[in-house]
Design a binder for this molecule. Structure first.
Ligand SMILES: [Zn+2]
Length: 500
């Protein structure tokens, strides 16, 4: 996958997602050496092509984009690799009472205010999941999981702790040609149900050492596409010692730090009981509240805490397409996320893990557009290009990657997504982004480009053998489900037969 000499995407409806939300209804993008060399209307970019040297012009690959819209690659700063657990709901003790029927479902731990103690115990139990995977399983799952991100247009991900081995994620990111910040599932204790004090389960130093090993692994890759990101899986699973260690790590390497924070209505009460202080104030005391903090789902802060977050210029992130599947009320519960975005806090989009681990930035854009507008009784509260900015430029800013990616601007890396706009959905709609958000989705992504390299074409991954990757995943996830979740063999063959 060497750099092509140059790539011209010509004649598409270009959305730049720059600060002014510039669009070019008949536009082009020129990439040279992996960087955007020109972007604008067709004629302007044609002039830039004409100014190239004869060798560069001769090696130029041209994509006719006249039936597509052209977007920056999606940036998903809050994602978890959890596909290894994908078949677990079909195990005998999971998803009670019946995995096949939804009519008897009971509310989960995120619902009705949130069962913070139950979540804390679940997150603690997941700390050992990655170590229970065979190396080959970890790699197969990581590769398929990231392949699904790539196919759906995510060109950059931020891992906020995965149920997989970080090294497997680094290797898969490299192989696929993606861009990503890899983390560890970081926690050193829990607020256990039935207990009144935070219970330590491992040394903070052990978690920090693991993170340092990931940093060293990413440092061996010189593509500039792979980074490390310190994170805590939940502040209910983080001792003060670990919090201070993570703050020092992030400060030392000038990295963002991400955690789920003020995410649930009951969080402040429960956490104050265990730590004597609310989660946002605690982050401030531990040195984690600054302009490199990615505060995920952060909707349930009090007014004083909102002032602290604003003064620190922390970055907010939400995962709207996930909330309905888990019963969270991060948007409707307080309406704070958009209120704070209007007050100057940058708000980006993501897919999170459990609710929607498969792609999903297009669905997150739809949900943020429609839900905020409904909440504020205002069809201009979030317009489609605002949703696009949240899914691209603002996510890149949260990851401190915005000098290189997040918008289509000269000098940035050529990370792009092309979506076909030549069917009935777009016939009577002058703004294709609106049509895409309303009636399109992840599976409509046609072409994905990272660093000027075409990684997905006509919806198919070009950089790895997709069928083989999928087969390896099915084998791995079947083994994991049988061994770790006791899913009966008969159930597994019934499930996997559909994917043969
Ligand atoms: Zn999350």
């Amino acid at each position: 996958m060497s750099h092509p000499d140059g790539l011209l995407i010509r004649g598409g409806h270009v959305y730049t997602a720059d600060e002014k939300a510039r669009t070019h209804p008949e536009g082009s993008v020129l990439a040279v050496g992996g960087l955007i060399a020109a972007v604008g209307d067709v004629r302007t970019v044609d002039e830039a092509v004409a100014a190239l040297g004869p060798r560069e012009r001769a090696g130029l690959r041209v994509i006719d984009a006249s039936r597509t819209m052209v977007l920056p690659g999606f940036v998903n700063p809050h994602w978890h690799e959890v596909l290894g657990r994908g078949l677990s709901p079909f195990g005998p003790s999971r998803r009670q009472p019946d995995p096949w029927r939804d009519q008897e479902d009971v509310p989960g731990p995120f619902a009705h205010g949130g069962d913070v103690r139950a979540l804390s115990a679940t997150f603690e139990a997941a700390c050992s999941f990655a170590d229970a995977l065979e190396e080959e399983e970890a790699e197969a799952v990581a590769e398929y999981s990231l392949l699904l991100q790539l196919k759906s247009g995510t060109t950059t991900f931020g891992d906020v702790g995965s149920m997989n081995r970080p090294e497997a994620l680094v290797a898969a990111t490299d192989r696929l040609g993606l861009r990503g910040a890899v983390s560890v599932w970081a926690g050193d204790g829990m607020c256990a149900p039935g207990e009144s004090r935070f219970r330590r389960t491992r040394d903070a130093a052990e978690v920090l050492d693991r993170l340092e090993r990931v940093r060293l692994t990413t440092a061996t890759h010189d593509s500039g596409r792979i980074r490390v990101m310190p994170s805590a899986i939940y502040t209910a699973n983080m001792s003060d010692e670990l919090g201070r260690g993570l703050a020092a790590f992030a400060d030392r390497h000038r990295l963002p730090f991400a955690t789920h924070l003020a995410a649930l209505p009951d969080e402040t009460d429960v956490m104050s009981h265990y730590f004597g202080i609310s989660p946002v104030r605690r982050c401030a005391e531990l040195g984690l509240l600054n302009d490199r903090l990615i505060a995920v789902h952060c909707a349930w802060a009090d007014e004083e805490e909102w002032g602290m977050l604003r003064r620190a210029r922390a970055r907010l992130n939400h995962s709207p397409a996930k909330y309905g599947t888990t019963g969270e009320s991060a948007m409707s519960g307080t309406r704070s996320l958009l209120r704070m975005a209007r007050a100057g806090l940058e708000l980006s989009l993501s897919t999170d893990g459990d609710g929607l681990p498969i792609g999903g930035m297009a669905e997150a854009m739809r949900q943020t557009w429609l839900t905020h507008n409904e909440l504020f009784s205002d069809n201009t509260a979030v317009v489609p290009t605002d949703a696009l900015a949240m899914a691209t430029r603002l996510g890149a800013r949260a990851l401190l990657w915005d000098e290189e990616i997040g918008s289509l601007q000269v000098g940035k890396r050529a990370d792009l997504v092309l979506v076909r706009t030549d069917d009935w959905r777009y016939l009577l709609r002058p703004r294709p982004l609106e049509g895409f958000l309303l009636l399109g989705g992840s599976t409509d992504v046609d072409t994905v480009i990272v660093d000027g390299r075409i990684l997905v074409s006509s919806g198919q991954v070009t950089c790895v053998p997709e069928q083989a990757v999928r087969e390896r995943f099915v084998t791995a996830v079947t083994q994991i489900a049988g061994r770790l979740f006791q899913v009966p063999a008969e159930t597994l063959s019934r499930l996997t037969a559909r994917f043969a």
